[in-house]
Design a protein around this ligand. Structure first.
Ligand code: BG6
Length: 478
């Protein structure tokens, strides 16, 4: 008997800016991710990328891998694996190239119509992120991104347009990718052009407020347009462990988690939690509410909680006394009990079970794991059926995580689905390179942009196909 529910949504996840390519085709405008420098986004707290310069082929990020023209071929491969769901984002800049136009770009809308129709041919459910690190560059330059309340109105126009257009084609929606990451990457996540070192806490948390209000507004509008829509938030989940049992370390871990719970609490409970009011008071932060904000947040909470999970973190009251992990998303203290990926991200399958239980206990809302996976350097070799990758390390990573998902299901957690990150190799968000690969499908593309873009199945392709076909039972064989 499988531990996974019979209608469990197995699948994979991507984002438009990392996958589609064609960044300036059919009227698309530039997004903040299109100008991420080739070396990747700066470390947390460091200055933002080329916001003042005109984008040129030299400072533009490595382009996506041409899903825009190859979506039929790629979706056929997803279908061959048995995907029940496929997560992607709509590029806001295909619909409103600058973000502040009155009228949408029909060519952009048509592309997603074709994409959703292609998924429907195979019975694959789309799961759509409305904003995945894709704020229009013009809104960053002209308005300072989400630091400006005007963004709510631009986002409203955009979401109303796509909800209306795709109301019969898409049921599952996410309002903002990793909405809490604006605290660590204000330009990439929130289109905030002010360099982080000059950005006040007041302006940063005011931007957070704008995004949260916009998310509640999207939830309201979506449910008006189609009451059957399932609209969720999406947070970067990072369980925090205390470095020692010292109560001050335990408290440090709790306070770190509160910074992230702020986002899911507001989405699920509809009001600012008391613990954050203390933080605001102590840091002189005074959030400006417009009339109606409070009611909007309270009345339009989400239908489900979705999250990405890559790693846990360690917190201490005196972090300077411990070794740090350079490659961790936030560069925090290393956990001596965990191994790390080639990029230093610490691998912690049990942390996933903890996260699932923590969210479910807190909200009793359905959950959806919308990102999880291992970024690794793959080597193409000759196989019996052509070029392939022997990626046993990826299989091992995913198997361990999915077994912990099975544990959480036995703990009683309600989970709708699981989409692995980068089910096909795509451009890395943090390093803007190809060599950090997550996929079941290898894409012939190098960091310098050369390569044929041909697609090859890795060993993990057949492995995941079997996991889906057996509804997870194969995870427990041999
Ligand atoms: C998540 C993002 O943070 O992690 C994705 O939502 C991203 O966009 C993924 O690609 C993996 O990170 P990276 O930096 O390895 O691409």
């Amino acid at each position: 008997m499988s531990k996974f529910p019979k209608d469990f949504l197995w699948g994979g996840a991507t984002a438009a800016n990392q996958y589609e390519g064609a960044y300036n085709v059919d009227g698309k405008g530039l997004s903040v991710q299109d100008v991420t420098p080739k070396g990747g986004v700066p470390a947390p707290g460091k200055s933002s990328p080329v916001i003042t310069e005109e984008p040129t082929p030299d400072n533009l990020k490595l382009e996506g891998i041409d899903f825009y023209h190859r979506y039929k071929e790629d979706i056929a491969l997803f279908a061959e694996m048995g995907f029940k769901v496929y997560r992607t984002s709509i590029a806001w800049t295909r619909i409103f190239p600058n973000g502040d136009e009155e009228k949408p770009n029909e060519a952009g809308l048509q592309f997603y119509d074709d994409l959703f129709d292609e998924l429907a041919k195979y019975g694959i459910e789309p799961l759509v992120t409305l904003s995945h690190y894709e704020t229009p560059l013009h809104l960053a330059r002209q308005y300072n991104g989400w630091a400006n309340r005007d963004l709510i109105g631009f986002y409203e126009r955009y979401v109303r347009t796509v909800f209306t257009r795709y109301k019969d084609k898409v049921k599952y929606w996410l309002t903002f990718n990793e909405v809490n990451s604006v605290l660590h990457a204000p330009f990439m996540s929130g289109g905030i052009a002010t360099p982080p070192e000059e950005l006040s806490q007041q302006d940063l948390y005011q931007a957070v407020h704008h995004e949260l209000v916009a998310s509640a507004l999207a939830t309201k509008i979506g449910h008006q347009i189609n009451p059957d829509f399932k609209i969720g938030c999406m947070v970067l989940a990072m369980p925090a462990y205390p470095m020692t049992p010292k109560p001050e370390d335990v408290l440090a871990a709790r306070l770190f988690e509160n910074q992230n719970y702020l986002f899911s609490d507001l989405h699920a409970r509809g009001k600012y939690p008391n613990y954050i009011k203390r933080f605001f008071k102590e840091n002189d932060i005074n959030i400006q509410f417009a009339p109606g904000d409070e009611e909007l947040l309270a009345e339009h909470t989400v239908d489900f909680i979705s999250f990405s999970y890559y790693m846990s973190v360690v917190q201490a009251h005196d972090p300077e006394n411990y070794a740090t992990g350079a490659g961790n998303i936030l560069g925090g203290i290393s956990n001596p009990y965990l191994e790390s990926s080639e990029w230093g991200w610490q691998v912690d399958p049990v942390g996933l079970r903890l996260v699932l239980n923590a969210f479910y206990d807190r909200y009793q809302l359905p959950l959806f794991i919308v990102e999880n996976g291992l970024g690794a350097k793959d080597v193409l070799v000759d196989g019996a059926n052509g070029p392939t990758v022997e990626d046993d390390y990826r299989i091992d990573y995913l198997k361990q995580h999915l077994q912990q998902v099975g544990e959480a299901l036995e703990d009683g957690v309600e989970l709708w689905g699981y989409t692995t990150w980068g089910c096909i190799d795509l451009v890395s968000a943090s390093t803007a390179e190809m060599s950090k690969r997550y996929g079941f499908i290898y894409v012939d593309r190098n960091d310098d942009g050369t390569g044929s873009l041909a697609r090859y199945k890795k060993k993990s392709f057949a492995w995941y196909k079997e996991v889906i076909a057996t509804n997870g039972e194969s995870l427990y064989q041999d």
